[in-house]
Design a protein around this ligand. Sequence first.
Ligand code: GAL
Length: 374
Amino acid sequence: MKLRKMAVAMSAVMALGAIAVPAAAEEGTQKVGISMPTQSLERWNRDGSWLDEKMQEAGYETILTYSDNDSSQQVNDIQNMLADGVDILIISAIDGETLNTVMDEAAEAGVPVVAYDRLIMNDAVSCYVSFDNYTVGQLQGEYIVEALDLENAGDATYNLEITAGDPADNNAGYFYNGAMDVLNPYIEAGTLVVVSGQTDFDTVATDQWDTQTAMERAQNILASYYADGTQLDVWLCSNDSTALGVAQGITSDYAGDNTVIITGQDGDEANLANIKDGIQTMTVYKNVNDECTFTLEIAQAILAGEELTEALCESSEIEAAYDTESYETSEGNACISYLLVPTVITADNLDYLVEAGLYAENDEGYLVSVDSVE
Ligand code: GAL
């Protein structure tokens, strides 16, 4: 195995024009490559450092990279990991469509790949571990239905705007569809009105989940459709970085005196503060510690040569569904997926995050992420 890897490794680095000597590894110590998309979105800092910590505690050597939301940088980072002789790759793709070259090199080198949180559209993926992304969106939609009591709205109507995620991120479509499948019946009935008329995914999507981009689009919509005193009741946001931008836009450019319901996802610190202060209404929390622990369990199974089956769910302390239908890495090729369970967080249950050992309350009473987890 090592010889084949060295051969592929040298061809990879020569193709890159760099000369790299694979890091010397203690004989028998297996090496895990962890490729995260960026540090500019808060959650990935937790994913990266907690995966790194857990893999090392389990006795593996690790290489951790963050690729600044630059797909070509991520390809380069992963090729360097292959050149360094990793035994398995844990990858959260910046763009699930752009890793074919390095996925083929991993397959050629016999290095298994776990698609972490975001699916990679390549059949070389060994398995996918995430949360049920469609459910994340459903929870956001259902929260809006309950908060506005839409089932009993009668003739009342409520004005809604929508901000979705990065179209390059395979998850973004699932979040959007999950929420819109809940909300569309109310839009079609006229109970929910999207005043801007902007409802299709491509129009409401946000490149790289960027906060500034989300804020500027919200400001444009508010100036164009709400400056005449039209009330805005709710803004569906697929995650916290976009919700932060929308909340900034509402604060600066919405003249109404009502509290606008704003949804989110991830439990970013700034958004948890906004939830405590009543600026954001909810976030869907995905327990990154559980996702990292489950990923370790998957890696251990793969490196031990075990088959990836439902048994992993039964042996784990973490609740996860074994799914072989929902996610395809290519047309008709379903991927083995392990889907964890997301949680709705509002001002009423912020303490859940502290009790789960994931956040601590600072001197000002706001939640900050812990550095290290059990
Ligand atoms: C998604 C991820 C979400 C969201 C977004 C921004 O793929 O599942 O948690 O935060 O990326 O990083």
